[in-house]
Design a protein around this ligand. Structure first.
Ligand code: PMV
Length: 348
């Protein structure tokens, strides 16, 4: 397939991100019911090229790792329909979208965050090429990304980011993410994320279905308050280099997220027996070693083990001995905090 014959082409690489305070539950058009805080990953990225073909009938083709993937079409179609008023080229061209991920689909890394933000960057860039308008601001790209997938709003920056309005942080917004408006302590600038793969099977309940169950969840109001408090506290810990505080919030958010799933109607469980065995190992090691290591979970059974880079040697030694045997096919994916999206090339 030829991605470069079009007069208009754009390629962007964008990272996935990992939330410490979790987004769980939404209002209309992917506005969150609570604020969330995440960091962008370094190695888990999607690279997307969009090239435009002039056409009377608009539309798109989508290829993932060089294969046409009809299963992704409805989500992309919905995204394009929702943003066509902001990106008019959608009605003027056929979009050829070529995407590839550095990480396996269903590995517990949010591919929708990296994929939707990479696509939003390409479309914003192309709209500027086609219409000669000034570049969309990064906040506008975050806004577009959010419409594709909520957590994608946070993938448009590197480092630590906040999405969702908090009265205490006037620049925060439900519409787009912002970089954390604090000075991050060095301890949290080198955060490692080792993803302990418990299962690489597609999860049985999608995030979309999980978000919807928060609508009339009996703990909805308590959850909104908890996320609000955890966000403000987390910001303090990230600024002060308070590992204990950070660790408490990371684990509390992970367990609360899964508690909300288990207490919704209908209830569902995404943790598997090996998830609990790994958590027990981690808790025991934390107590015995006194080393700064903690964990979080996303909407799936896999565990994200978090620690600063200066203890990597000790952690990896223990991880290989105790945790690797509990992982599916001994799989651990090593990643760390990253610098954010990058424009790869542009051909005219
Ligand atoms: O962006 P979505 O709809 O895939 O939701 C993501 C939800 C969590 O990953 C569980 C939490 C988060 O804030 O990323």
């Amino acid at each position: 397939m030829n991605t470069t014959s079009s007069a208009y082409t754009s390629t962007w690489q964008s990272p996935s991100n990992l939330a410490i305070v979790k987004y769980w539950g939404k209002k209309e058009l992917q506005q969150p019911i609570n604020p969330s805080v995440s960091f962008s990953l370094s190695k888990a990225v999607t690279t997307t090229t969009v090239s435009l073909t002039p056409t009377k009938s608009s539309g798109f083709s989508f290829y993932l790792n060089n294969e046409e993937k009809p299963a992704f079409r409805p989500k992309i179609q919905k995204f394009l329909d929702r943003i066509r008023s902001r990106i008019p080229l959608i009605d003027q061209f056929h979009l050829n979208i070529y995407s590839s991920n550095t990480f396996p689909h269903s590995s517990g890394i949010a591919s929708s965050a990296s994929a939707m933000s990479a696509l939003a960057f390409c479309l914003a860039d192309l709209q500027q090429q086609v219409a000669g308008e000034k570049n969309l601001s990064i906040q506008e790209v975050s806004y577009l990304s959010r419409i594709g997938s909520g957590s994608a709003a946070r993938s448009v920056y590197g480092g630590w980011n906040l999405w969702g309005h908090l009265p205490e942080i006037p620049e925060s917004s439900d519409f787009h993410a912002i970089p954390l408006p604090i000075k991050i302590h060095p301890l949290f600038k080198t955060l490692q994320d080792d993803i302990l793969i418990v299962s690489d099977q597609r999860k049985k309940v999608s995030s979309t279905a999980g978000h919807a169950l928060m609508h009339d969840h009996p703990f909805r109001n308590g959850r909104i308050k908890q996320a609000h408090n955890n966000t403000l506290l987390l910001l303090k810990h990230l600024e002060n280099g308070n590992w204990e505080g950070f660790s408490t919030i990371a684990e509390n958010e992970a367990m609360s997220l899964h508690g909300l799933m288990m207490s919704s109607h209908p209830s569902f469980t995404l943790m598997l027996p090996a998830t609990l065995s790994l958590i027990n190992e981690i808790k025991e090691f934390q107590q015995n070693s006194g080393l700064p290591v903690t964990f979080t979970l996303d909407a799936g059974p896999n565990i994200h083990l978090l620690y600063p880079q200066n203890v990597k040697k000790e952690i990896v030694k223990w991880e290989n001995q105790k945790l690797k045997p509990l992982c599916e096919k001994g799989t651990i994916i090593h990643d760390h905090i990253g610098d954010g999206p990058q424009k790869i090339s542009q051909q005219k």
